[in-house]
Design a protein around this ligand. Structure first.
Ligand code: LLP
Length: 463
């Protein structure tokens, strides 16, 4: 991660403040392919383009701020995951990262399944025609109504998250005359962070049933006894934005240990194992994520080896990447409104969105990059903080970033890698309207989620 102190003084900064920045990049105009969507480049005039369309045109046609999504890149990444895991495994895209009906159709066409975790996500998936048997339903507190809809629709699996839910789903399925396919989500005692994992008591969280102390084994015992349930496997999700595979290794080892205990106790070999999502992406040039084929190879090897050691047939593996599919495929396009230089500190660049379209910086101290995209510039780098228009000083989009010193109101800047958890976590704070998602492909742009309007806001406010 790029968190070193800055060595040499750029403009505006003889004494630089504490920050998360490293040295300014050698070329401020470069758009590093690691953090930008695949088809992003610059045209002959220096204007950034995506899918063959320049960002000035996109801003004129769709306004700013806007999430601009590279459809070809999305499809390519989805396909890469699908191909990497082959036909003996399933890839469930985690809809929480970003879900819309267009996305559901792309996933369907590219052969992926879908993980949903609320009635709203389920409704979106079904309304776009995703076959129910390709949907997994997650959540630590699914309502009775949500469970009923999922069972009636015939979802491929419900991932059970508590003892109460085991009984609840069994009861609902039975009363509907169904036998619902389910997995049990367990916590394996591994917490995975970006570059590390801490093998401590990480059962201390709201998701899953702990393996430790035999609780997960007891959950399996109960699920196997209930007629409304067909227990097909065990699920484990260890965290988010993970680069290091060792957390998965420990998780697979422990889940396979449970499969072995189940075989020994019940004489049943569960046919599936789901290792969740959480694979990291590059938000800045300092991040170095693994490719889907490397991840698939590593996970398959780990599970196969563990199963051989336990003398079990290797179960069908599934994974649930969200961020790693959609994250890198979109950027947020903003117009600069004000540029405020604070002597000896930094320059505050205010854009026309902010924490309502990207809460991740405020919430997780997430790092992003940013670039001037409506033109190139030969001006010196200046240290900036890109902030939004909300009435809150924590309204920061990019905490520390270098932009050209001639940046001015009216310039367009863009923040890459905002495809995951930005639109899906967007809010109406200050009654700021949520931006549209514009999909771009082969010289054509179309709105897949439209911009919110003041009428939308007022419609909910029934007086
Ligand atoms: N599967 C399960 C069971 C999950 O809980 C999650 C994420 C995923 C898959 C997908 O994880 P991904 O591959 O996208 O990392 N809002 C946070 C992330 C929360 C993720 C919650 N669960 C963020 O903005 O980073």
């Amino acid at each position: 991660m790029s968190r070193s102190a800055h060595p040499a003084g750029p403009r505006h900064a003889d004494v630089l403040p504490e920050g998360h920045y490293s040295a300014p990049p050698a070329d401020l105009n470069a758009l590093d392919p690691r953090v930008w969507a695949q088809t992003v480049g610059r045209d002959g005039e220096g204007v950034a383009t995506v899918g063959g369309i320049d960002v000035k045109r996109l801003a004129e046609e769709f306004g700013t701020p806007a999430y601009i999504l590279d459809e070809a890149d999305f499809r390519a990444r989805a396909r890469a995951w699908r191909t990497a895991f082959g036909t003996d495994a399933d890839v469930f895209y985690a809809g929480k990262a970003f879900l819309s009906r267009a996305v559901v159709r792309w996933l369907y066409e590219e052969g992926l399944n879908l993980d949903v975790c609320s009635g709203g996500e389920l409704a979106t998936a079904l309304s776009a025609g995703m076959p129910a048997d390709r949907i997994a339903f997650h959540g630590n507190n699914k309502s009775t109504g949500e469970i009923e809809r999922a069972v009636r629709a015939g979802v491929g699996r419900i991932v059970l998250d508590s003892f109460q839910e085991i009984v609840r789903v069994a009861h609902i399925a039975q009363s509907l005359g169904r036998r619902q396919r389910v997995q049990i989500r367990v916590t394996v005692g591994v917490e995975a962070h970006t570059h590390e994992f801490i093998a401590t008591a990480h059962e201390d969280q709201k998701f899953g049933i702990p393996l430790a102390g035999g609780q997960a084994a007891e959950a399996v015992r109960r699920a196997l006894q209930l007629d409304g349930l067909e227990l097909i496997g065990i699920h484990s999700h260890i965290g988010s934005q993970i680069f290091d595979m060792s957390g998965f290794e420990v998780a697979a080892h422990r889940v396979v240990g449970l499969l072995r205990d189940i075989r020994d106790e019940h004489g049943v070999e569960l046919p599936e194992i789901d290792l969740g999502g959480g694979l990291g992406i590059a938000y800045t040039s300092g991040d170095d994520p693994r490719e889907p084929h490397e991840i698939a190879k590593a996970l398959t090897e780990i599970v196969t080896r563990e199963c051989e050691a336990a003398r079990l047939r290797t179960p069908r593996i599934s994974v649930e990447p969200g961020r790693a599919v959609v994250g890198p495929t979109a950027f947020t396009l903003y117009e600069v409104g004000t540029v405020k230089a604070l002597d000896g500190l930094r320059t505050y660049v205010s854009v026309d969105g902010g924490m309502s379209d990207n809460i991740r910086t405020a919430l997780y101290d997430a790092e992003y990059s940013v670039a001037l995209v409506s033109r190139t510039s030969d001006a010196e780098p200046m240290l900036t903080r890109v902030v939004g228009k909300h009435c809150e000083s924590g309204d920061i989009v990019v905490r520390d970033a270098f932009l050209p010193a001639d940046l001015a109101p009216g310039d367009l800047i863009a923040v890459p890698a905002t495809g995951a958890y930005c639109r899906s976590m967007a809010s109406n704070y200050n009654h700021v309207l949520r931006p549209p998602v514009v999909a771009v492909r082969d010289g054509e742009a179309r709105v897949i989620v439209r911009r919110e309007t003041e009428e939308d806001l007022l419609r909910l406010d029934v007086g």
